[in-house]
Design a protein around this ligand. Structure first.
Ligand SMILES: [Zn+2]
Length: 158
């Protein structure tokens, strides 16, 4: 029985700079080059923090390891999984509570405050409405008296 054909992914930390963790496919190589400091490391001497035939598993292990090395984590973590997560969240939130554009825009105009058109525009992505929708809804809100324009390009709750 031999597993020599199976791919093994090993997660290692560079012992020279100690800030770089990387996934190395074990192909029987003698040395590994640190992607951060460029040191040539003896592969067989390196501590294997994770050893898996599953690349996804190795990526997860490396992500966790890198986060604990760098302390702040976020900027060095591969974003794939987090991106997926937030996408799922947005979708479920959207389904659970569809808000009307009027409500969404009002939520960005606090009572007793004047909000500029540019401000509102910068929120459109966050609100999940397009620019056109924003313009149309603002117009409607002005007409219906939800809001008024104390000066051109600025809005307040009526
Ligand atoms: Zn290094």
């Amino acid at each position: 029985m031999t597993n020599s054909r199976e791919r093994h992914y090993v997660v290692v930390v560079c012992p020279k700079c100690r800030v770089q963790s990387q996934i190395v496919e074990d192909t029987g190589q003698k040395t590994v080059r640190c992607q951060n400091c460029g040191a040539n490391l003896r592969f067989r001497k390196l501590r294997q923090f994770h050893n898996s035939t599953d690349l996804q598993e190795a990526i997860l292990a490396r992500t966790k390891l890198q986060a604990s090395i760098s302390g702040e984590g976020a900027n060095t973590i591969s974003p794939t999984i987090e991106v997926e997560d937030s996408k799922i969240k947005e979708r479920t939130e959207d389904k659970a509570r569809p808000k009307k554009p009027v409500e969404l825009i009002l939520s960005k105009i606090p009572p007793e405050e004047t909000v500029s058109h540019a401000d509102l525009k910068s929120h459109t992505e966050l609100l999940g409405i397009g620019e056109e929708k924003l313009e149309a809804t603002l117009q409607k809100m002005l007409e219906s008296g939800h809001i008024y324009e104390p000066k051109s390009g600025f809005y307040r709750r009526a």
